[in-house]
Design a protein around this ligand. Structure first.
Ligand SMILES: [Zn+2]
Length: 245
C-alpha cells in the first residue's frame, strides 16, 4: 500500500475553490471572504456552516451517518495527516498490515467455516508436529487442499474422472485418500492411533487432521504414540502415489 501527501499547491487550489464557492459572486471578482475558514467550519450552533445534515441523511446510510457527523472539520491552519488505525502509534507497519490481511481482509473474503477446527490452529499443530520438514510441508499441503488428488485435478481440468482408482468408490478427495478409503481405514485401525470420540473418522478432513495432530493433548503420553500420526499420513500418500504412478 502506498501513501503520499498532496502537494501544497494542490491543497491551496482546493481551498481556493472552496472559498470561491462560498464567496465569489461572478467570474471577475474574488468576492468578499466574510468569515475566516476557521469560523466557517465550526458547527452551526457555534456559528459555522457545519455539514448539510439534510443531504447527509438523504444520501448516507444511518450506520455511517454518525461517523460523518463526528468528523471535526479543520481550518487552513490544521494539518491533515495519515494515520494507521491498527497500531498504537498510528504509524503503518508491515507487521500490522499482515495482521489486517489475515484477520480482517481474509475473514471478509472467506465464509466462516462452522463446526470446524481453526485453520490457524491446524497449521500450528502441523508445523509443531514431530516430523521431518518434508512431512511438515506435506501436512501444510493437506490443510491447504493443495495435493494432486483426482478431485482437485478434475477441478483444474487436468483429469476427467474424480474417482478413487484404488477402491472405485467415491470421489478421491484428500480426506478419502488419508482417512476414508478402505486401505486407509485398515491402516488406522491397525495403528496405535485411537479412533475419534465418535468412533469413526469424520467426513471432514480438518476434523480428522485435528484428531491426529492433537493426540498429545487429548490422550496420556503412555497410551498413544502420537508421533506416528503424521508419518502414517505421509505413508498413505506415498502409497497412493506408488499405486497410481
Ligand atoms: Zn478409495
Amino acid at each position: 500500500m502506498s501513501c503520499f501527501l498532496l502537494p501544497k499547491t494542490v491543497c491551496r487550489k482546493i481551498l481556493s475553490i472552496m472559498s470561491h464557492f462560498w464567496w465569489r459572486n461572478n467570474k471577475d471578482s474574488k468576492g468578499i471572504h466574510w468569515r475566516s475558514w476557521d469560523k466557517l467550519s465550526k458547527p452551526k450552533y457555534e456559528g459555522g456552516r457545519e455539514w448539510n445534515r439534510e443531504k447527509v441523511e438523504r444520501i448516507v446510510p444511518p450506520q455511517e451517518r454518525h461517523l460523518i457527523e463526528r468528523v471535526q472539520i479543520g481550518g487552513p491552519k490544521s494539518k491533515d495527516v495519515y494515520v494507521w488505525n491498527y497500531t498504537k502509534t498510528c504509524h503503518y507497519s508491515v507487521k500490522s498490515k499482515y495482521w489486517v490481511q489475515c484477520n480482517e481482509v481474509g475473514k471478509r473474503r472467506e465464509p466462516t467455516m462452522m463446526n470446524q477446527p481453526s485453520f490457524d490452529f491446524l497449521y500450528q499443530l502441523a508445523w509443531k508436529s514431530k516430523a521431518s520438514p518434508k512431512v511438515h510441508h506435506f501436512l501444510w499441503k493437506c490443510i491447504s487442499n493443495s495435493l494432486h488428488v483426482a478431485e482437485n485435478m478434475k477441478k483444474k481440468h487436468m483429469a476427467r474422472d474424480g474417482q478413487c482408482l484404488r477402491c472405485a468408490h467415491g470421489t478421491e478427495k484428500i480426506n478419502h485418500v488419508l482417512f476414508q478409503c478402505p486401505l486407509a481405514r485398515l491402516v488406522w485401525a491397525l495403528s496405535s492411533i485411537p479412533t475419534p470420540p465418535g468412533g469413526i473418522l469424520d467426513n471432514s478432513l480438518y476434523s480428522n487432521l485435528f484428531h491426529v495432530l492433537n493426540l498429545e493433548k487429548e490422550y496420556p503420553k503412555e497410551d498413544v504414540q502420537a508421533d506416528t500420526g503424521p508419518w502414517i499420513l505421509w505413508r498413505l500418500w506415498k502409497n497412493r502415489n506408488d499405486f497410481i504412478f
